[in-house]
Design a protein around this ligand. Structure first.
Ligand code: GDP
Ligand code: MG
Length: 302
């Protein structure tokens, strides 16, 4: 254990389309989230994990922060991420090309309920033509809230992103390496795919299977007989065999439906035909198993 290791959780918040996902992707240097010109593309909570030999920064890119059902505090040796108050830092992203408005005021009201330091990150400065106007807007932000710092960036073009990362990094405190470093570098897609499957499974089973459900993408590889088809193998983990029964459904109907919905969305997002091989496994009390948690690679949220 590296005694000097520092780590922390950073919530990336802001209104739709301001560039949250782009920013996280640029910060950690690879694609972790799905970017599109349409608002609210980021439907699930996606974590971008930045790991170096000395630090680990977990960026939570989400339209809303979900409340975890179960205590992962033991595993993580910290309080679970429940609300904005439980992260170490908040990056509040705004679109510098737009005027301060009621939507922003609403976000700021929420920020006032937390004691976590907030960095105002004014994005899309590449679009700015009228600097005075920008400054007038920023004065409104800073008058409304006492930000720990203000950064002007272009997530798309990378301007000032190193400075922002430096600031975030400097604010990390001694802590554990929550995720093994290699986990996501191999395939952020696997995480996104798992999230989509989990969403569909929850959607279709609703009350019957509470949230004691997790999904791990085991394998993504080109099909042997068809280079245009990708084979995806994923496992839905539940805690009890009664839940397994529900997920599978009578005659496998439920599992089939979960697979169909998930596959449709995955195909749409990645623009790639896939074959989805979906399994269900009972893993009793896996929430308390370090190894499983690591392999699944994310917290359990509603
Ligand atoms: P989110 O909804 O906040 O996650 O926003 P996205 O990251 O999905 O970005 C929304 C749109 O804004 C996309 O079309 C991005 O390419 C674009 N965008 C993000 N950052 C910048 C930026 O710095 N400059 C410009 N010009 N466009 C950006
Ligand atoms: Mg997004």
């Amino acid at each position: 254990m590296n005694d000097n290791f520092r780590s922390g959780f950073v919530a990336v918040i802001g209104r739709p389309n301001v560039g949250k996902s782009t920013l996280v992707n640029t910060l950690i240097g690879r694609k972790v989230s799905i970017i599109s010109p349409k608002p609210q593309t980021t439907r699930n909570q996606i974590k971008g994990i930045y790991t170096t030999p000395n630090e680990q920064i977990i960026f939570i890119d989400t339209p809303g922060i979900h409340k975890p059902r179960h205590e992962l505090g033991k595993f993580m040796n910290r309080s679970a991420l429940t609300t904005l108050t439980d992260v170490d830092l908040i990056l509040y992203i705004v679109d510098g090309s737009l005027d301060y408005g009621t939507g922003e005021a609403y976000v700021i009201e929420r920020l006032k309920k937390t004691a976590v330091p907030v960095i105002l990150t004014v994005n899309k400065i590449d679009l700015i033509k009228n600097k005075n106007r920008l400054l007038e807007n920023v004065i409104k932000y800073t008058a409304a809230y006492n930000f720990a710092a203000v950064y002007y960036v272009s997530a798309l073009q990378g301007d000032n992103m190193d400075k922002l990362l430096g600031e975030v990094s400097a604010r990390m405190e001694p802590g554990p390496k929550y995720y093994p470093g290699e986990e996501y570098s191999a395939s952020p897609e696997s995480f996104i795919i798992a999230e989509i499957i989990r969403e569909k499974a929850l959607l279709l089973t609703r009350e019957e299977v509470p949230h004691s459900l997790a999904v791990a993408t085991e394998e993504i590889k080109p099909a042997e007989d068809n280079p245009h088809l990708i084979d995806v193998r994923a496992t839905i983990y539940v805690e009890r065999s009664s839940q397994k029964k529900i997920i599978i459904g009578s005659g496998g109907q439920m599992l089939k439906e979960i697979g169909t919905l998930a596959r449709r969305e995955i195909v749409m997002l990645f623009g790639q035909k896939i074959f989805l091989d979906l399994w269900v496994k009972v893993e009793t009390d896996w929430r308390n198993k370090t190894r499983e948690l690591r392999r699944l690679g994310y917290f359990l949220e509603n």
